[in-house]
Ligand binder design. Sequence first.
Ligand SMILES: [Fe+2]
Length: 282
Amino acid sequence: MSVSSLGYLGLSVSDTGAWTRFACDVLGLMPAAEEGKLRIDSREWRIALHEGSEDDIAYAGFEVASPRALDDLEAKLASAGRPVKRGDDALCKERGVAQLVVTEDPGGLAVELFCGQMDRGNVPFASPVGVTGFHTGDQGLGHIVLAAPEIDAVRSFYVDLLGFRLSDHISMGPVVLEFYHCNPRHHTIALLPAPLPKRMHHMMLEVERFDDVGFAHDRCQEAGVPISTTLGKHTNDQMVSFYVKTPSGFDLEYGFGGIAVDDATWSIGRYDKTSIWGHKPG
Ligand SMILES: [Fe+2]
């Protein structure tokens, strides 16, 4: 039993106005019907901006295939001693999902497991700046890379309880990054076993067309948004991407062309570089 994808993200941000402008005018996300929520596809929303001082990830919502699968995961978490709480009607309505279980990873991040997120296919995704589309579907909204100084406990939570599978490792000197998948997306989460100022190292959104990476890069430069790393291609997922600094200070990777993992044939890789080329300090 495994979660099926990263369904949504909640961010605690100190300047929701700046974030909304960055997300919509620079990255090309679409404002959702409800203020403070953002769309990247037909789902009612994928990213929620909550006013707060943390400027960090507030919660991660992982989709589960069915109510039965949610029951099974809830039981597994409870028997492993993790805190579990059923989301009440108000929380399910706020998240736009049929059912929800709230837990916490051993690093203290709120993790929500849900099924049945509202779809708004009747109001097609339309990027305000013309992004053709974001790559979601069975690969979910993208990926997140989290600081995980308590690596053994955090790894065990995602692998043994939520069902993530190892994709590969990248050694960065003494620090070994671990990349995990729960669907064909090469990694939905990666764990960086070191303390960082924020739990969120970066989040990644993937577009359907390479030109949309270039157009976004142009918009970042025109808007004066700091580019954290130049365009580059990653060794492991082969994503061609660049990184920008979000108004919250953590990075957002904007990419195209990540490879898909097939569990039937996949064997784990090992690298000592994050990038084949590029991804230099911006
Ligand atoms: Fe990434």
